[in-house]
Design a protein around this ligand. Sequence first.
Ligand code: FES
Length: 173
Amino acid sequence: MASLGFNLGFSVSGVKIQRHRQFSVNGRAPVISCSSSSSSSSSSSQASPQGISTPPEIELEFFGPKPESDGSYPRDKAKAVSGEKLLRSIMQDNKIDLYATYGKVMNCGGGGSCGTCIVEILDGRELLNDRTDTENKYLKKKPESWRLACQTIVGNKENSGKVVVQRIPQWKK
Ligand code: FES
C-alpha cells in the first residue's frame, strides 16, 4: 500500500506533542499516532525542535505604585534572557517607568551614584544577584526586598522563572 506521511510537532503548557499522521492513497483510513514528552520550566536551556538550545529566560511582572480609577494596580510584563541584563535596562527597553519625580530629572544614568532607581522585589529574589555594596549604602535602612534597578542583574545565565517587581515602592500606599 502506498502512503504519504508527515510529522506535526507542538507544545502545550510545557508538554511537547509529536504527532505523526499517515495518509493512505488507496482509500483506507489514515493512521494517526501521538507521543508526548514534558519539559521542565527550570531547565538551564531548552532545545528547539531542530535541536538548537535556547538560553533560559526570566519572566517579569511590574506593578505600579498607585491604583487606577477602577482600583486595580497598573501591570506591565517583560521577558529577559537570564543573566544578560540589569533590571534598569529591561525596564527602559520596555518603556516601564522606573523613577519617581526627582529621579526622572536627576538620576545618574545607571552609575550607582544617585540611589533613585528603587524597586521592591515582591517575588523571585532568588533569581537575582545579591545586593551590591552600593545598594547596601543607599538602602541601609530600607527593607531587604528593596533594590536599586541599576545594580540588579536579572538571572544568572542558568536559572529561569518569574520575578515580580513593585515600581516606586516609596510611593506605595
Ligand atoms: S540610576 Fe543612579 S543609582 Fe541607579
